[in-house]
Design a protein around this ligand. Structure first.
Ligand code: SF4
Length: 419
């Protein structure tokens, strides 16, 4: 038994309520265990307990042993003056402070303790994996809905920060977030730096000239070849030399870009060319995004491909088999999940627009589920993982709860304890 687990048992009333009596023999009836307090002071506030026929309202303090009350010096701390009940796992000493003591040891089923201990001992995989098949759909679905909102809210913290840095300029903020997403995991940072070094309003001034947009982006990325070997490269170099002085450009350190162990289609050169094509196709992207109505419109907006040179290249100077470099369905879905959904959700909250909040959630219903090592772990749970709203919820649950064994804060964990 740990004090944390005793708190859990009290909070969720996971003890036998029959024949509860204080150490002085007074009958106890728990009307409300109170609100769990994570800060200093008594463990639960606003509790309601009937003791020997009188209804009391106030704080409840929990310890493994009665003697800890004195050890912790609560008798000299006025924050504990309003404690109406001292709940202990084991009564080991009489305190003469007059606060009724309730010993819970004989009211807690050994199955609960065993379930908990077994789960905490599991080293590989999910602590609750053996129990997942018996978790009912209602419990799982409700909890996953909450996980999904938590995940989106976590992602909106970055938007909030970025918006502050950009003095509430939504267009610029979206452009930075989008650039970061275009780097996917491996090149997220250099892509973000590139966007910060290449303000969207500079690019907007050249929105009709794809070559100039490419020149600014490749030049500021530090990726333009020093010695151009074909006309396209020479044109880019010429345009960049003209533009960089005009805009006082700063280039990103070339060594930040990663090509190793990547599929050529994800090379930053290809992604930058696609990013340039997107800017060329749609100026004021943010304004367009907040007007979309469904996933299809997002796909139409992002239906771009890198310019012709990249049909035969993944790198500058190295020819490859011909293949058009479209921004594929998976990439657009990834951008929708990681950038567009949090942005619409956040925008909806800030602007009090229910339409945008609802749309953000609807988009995740339209996108197929991601399949990865995390989602595989939940295969035996009675929930169909067929859309991104579920796979995103699994990722949140796994990364923020299961990995840290926070089963006591999880609705699935609670269900298991109750079983
Ligand atoms: S946090 Fe919940 S889902 Fe994750 S292992 Fe614990 S009980 Fe299972």
């Amino acid at each position: 038994m740990t004090e944390q687990f005793l708190h859990y048992i009290w909070k969720y009333r996971l003890f036998d309520h029959r024949n509860l009596i204080t150490t002085k023999g007074e009958v106890v009836e728990v009307k409300n265990p109170g609100i769990h307090n994570q800060d200093a002071g008594p463990d639960f506030s606003h509790a309601k307990v009937r003791i020997h026929g009188t209804l009391w309202a106030g704080n409840v303090e929990l310890h493994l042993f009665t003697s800890q009350w004195m050890q912790h010096g609560h008798q000299n701390n006025e924050a504990y003056d309003n404690v109406i009940l001292h709940v202990v796992y084991e009564h080991d000493a009489d305190n003469d402070d007059g606060i009724p003591v309730l010993e819970l040891r004989h009211h807690i089923s050994s199955d609960i303790l065993l379930n908990y201990e077994r789960m905490m001992l599991i080293k590989d995989g999910l602590p609750c994996s053996n129990h997942l098949p018996v978790i009912d759909d209602f419990t799982a679905s409700n909890w996953l809905e909450r996980m999904l909102i938590e995940r989106i809210e976590d992602k909106t913290k970055v938007i909030d920060e970025s918006l502050k840095q950009n003095s509430n300029n939504w267009e610029q903020t979206f452009y930075h977030l989008l650039a970061r997403n275009f780097g996917f995991k491996t090149n997220a940072l250099p892509f973000e730096l590139l966007a910060k070094n290449t303000p969207v309003e500079y690019l907007a001034k050249h929105k009709d000239q794809l070559l100039q947009i490419e020149a600014m982006l490749f030049g500021n990325a530090g990726l333009l070849p020093v010695n151009p070997i074909n006309e396209y490269e020479a044109n880019l170099a010429r345009e960049y030399n003209l533009l960089k002085n005009k805009f006082n450009s700063i280039s990103t350190n070339k060594s930040l870009w990663k090509f190793l162990r990547m599929r050529p289609f994800n090379f930053p050169t290809v992604r930058i060319a696609q990013f340039a094509a997107l800017i060329h196709k749609s100026a004021h992207l943010f304004s367009k995004i907040i007007d979309v109505k469904n996933l299809k419109e997002i796909h139409q907006l992002f239906d771009v491909h890198a310019s012709q040179y990249w049909d035969e290249h993944y790198h500058f100077g190295k020819k490859a088999d011909v293949q058009k470099k479209h921004l594929g369905t998976d990439a657009i879905n990834n951008i929708t999940i990681n950038t567009i959904v949090p942005l619409l959700f956040y925008y909806g909250k800030i602007k009090d627009s229910e339409r945008h909040v609802k749309l953000s959630l609807k988009l995740l219903e339209e996108i197929p589920a991601e399949r990865n090592n995390i989602t595989k772990k939940f295969l035996t749970l009675n929930v169909q993982n067929d859309k991104a709203s579920i796979s995103q919820a699994f990722i949140q649950l796994h990364n923020n709860y299961c990995m840290h064994k926070k089963c006591l804060q999880c609705a699935i964990g609670l269900k298991i304890m109750k079983q």
